[in-house]
Design a protein around this ligand. Structure first.
Ligand code: G6P
Length: 455
């Protein structure tokens, strides 16, 4: 079996002494796949060398990762930049998450056209890697929007292979697919529709079917399947010396105050700035929380090749600073913003949180919403945006967040902070049960079944 995802289990950093260190790859796809694939020598994981240091690690033959049959593909770096930054991140990601500032963007000019050609080229490089790795009749599971053209390419070259494509993001409504140039929308959807297309919730699957019906006039095969975190992998991280040390630091820092917590990639769709504004409003409306609650946001850099993401990082930092300037006292800093990528510390934060804020504009699933309840030692109350795919599963037991409404979000935080212990415990128990109800192994099996059933 072959799994193809753009980001592999780790990313590499070249150290001053010329050796390479590795850290866990970002995002939900890697969190779900890594524990499943680790130790399985019957699964080849094909992923991209992403940054310069990844490429250097491949060149130095230092990109092996213990426990994985990992094949890192190195596309031409200009093609790859256009594939990743311009098409995957600045176009398809924006389209599927509804992030375009439409009066200004997108602009489908010549630069976009060369980028689309590069996207096609990089997809072909991966399709070739799949075809030269796969045995007769193998199952191939292609992940996400970076590889939407791979299904058609693989089908054309190797009709014997059994293929499914899974999208971890949302999918846009039918009206929005018309934003893409006509031929691009057609090429994208024709390829996706050539294999069963999986989504985390029926909401995104229905949007996708409506888009294909709108553009191609046919109803494509879809399936809905989702996953939760791997409890054993989470427990192992929680027991690691790094997490224990981070937990002790958190305890020392927070003391007996309440902790509102979030952890995310620094990502426009995660809606981090509005979270701080809602916290500011909470302190405004409810003086009882002044000096009594800390909002810790452990967020980490992402996609810094895009100006929008760099600007967003600054905006987040400035917003947090303004809240602190407004409310801080000698021994209380209301917002604790940290932008270092440290998974063990995020796990410690999820264990200690009293309230977990997950307020994305739109999100394919959002694994943090499930990691929180599984790790919590304090019956965490989850304030969850209705825009997250996970809301469809966890909705009855979370405090609902309207992601654009700051007043409502402030209210949701207040409700969560004042919830009585009995209700907290009962909701937390339901959330724990639901968060653990869909092991990623079943999700993987479902993709295999869908791939095998496709003609
Ligand atoms: C989400 C996407 C993945 C992506 C991850 C991290 O989980 O669904 O495809 O890999 O975010 O984003 P990045 O651009 O850093 O790989």
């Amino acid at each position: 079996m072959i799994i193809v995802s753009h980001r592999g289990p780790v990313s590499f950093t070249r150290e001053p002494d010329g050796t390479f260190s590795s850290r866990r790859g970002a995002g939900g796809v890697v969190s779900a796949l890594s524990p499943l694939i680790e130790g399985r020598d019957d699964i080849v994981w094909i992923a991209a060398a992403i940054g310069d240091d990844d490429r250097a690690a491949v060149a130095a033959d230092a990109a092996g990762v213990a426990g994985f049959a990992l094949h890192l593909v190195v596309p031409d770096s200009t093609d790859h930049r256009l594939h990743y930054d311009v098409v995957s991140n600045a176009t398809l990601w924006f389209l599927f998450h509804g992030l375009f500032d439409l009066p200004r963007r997108p602009r489908f000019d010549q630069h976009f056209r060369s980028s689309w050609t590069a996207y096609r080229t990089v997809n072909q490089v991966f399709a070739d890697a799949i075809c030269s790795t796969a045995g007769e009749g193998d199952v191939v599971l292609v992940q996400d929007l970076q590889f939407a053209l791979v299904p058609a390419m693989v089908r054309a070259a190797r009709p014997d292979l059994r293929l499914a494509h899974f999208t971890h993001t949302p999918f846009c409504p039918a009206d929005d697919i018309r934003i893409l140039p006509d031929d691009v929308a057609k090429e994208l959807l024709t390829s996706m529709a050539s294999a069963p297309a999986g989504f985390h919730t029926e909401r995104w699957a229905a949007n996708y079917r409506a888009c294909v019906e709108e553009i191609l006039g046919v109803t494509p095969p879809t399936f809905v399947s989702t996953f939760g975190p791997n409890p054993a992998a989470l427990a192992a991280t929680a027991a690691s010396p790094q997490a224990l040390e981070a937990g002790a630091r958190l305890d020392a820092e927070i003391g007996d105050r309440h902790l509102v917590f979030r952890t995310d990639r620094i990502e426009l769709s995660k809606n981090i700035a509005r979270g701080f504004l809602a916290f500011d409003r909470l302190l405004d409306l409810h003086p009882q929380w002044r000096e009594r609650v800390v909002f810790a946001a452990f967020v980490y850099p992402s996609r810094e090749g895009l100006a929008e993401y760099l600007a967003y990082r600054q905006e987040i930092e400035q917003t947090a600073q303004r809240v602190n300037e407004r409310w801080a006292t000698d021994d209380w800093k209301p917002v604790w913003l940290d932008t270092h990528d440290d998974f063990a510390r995020s796990v410690a934060g999820l264990q200690r949180a009293d309230v977990l804020l997950v307020n994305p504009l739109r999100d394919g699933l959002n694994l943090v919403a499930k990691e929180g309840p599984l790790l919590s030692t304090r019956d965490v109350v989850v304030c969850l945006s209705r825009g997250a795919g996970a809301f469809d599963e966890l909705g009855p037991f979370v405090v609902e967040v309207h992601p654009y409404d700051i007043e409502q979000t402030a209210d949701a935080l207040h409700r969560a902070l004042t919830m009585d212990p009995g209700e907290r415990a009962s909701r937390a128990a339901d959330l724990r049960r639901l968060a653990g109800a869909r092991p990623a192994s079943e999700w993987l099996d479902e993709q295999v079944a869908q791939a095998a059933s496709a003609t």
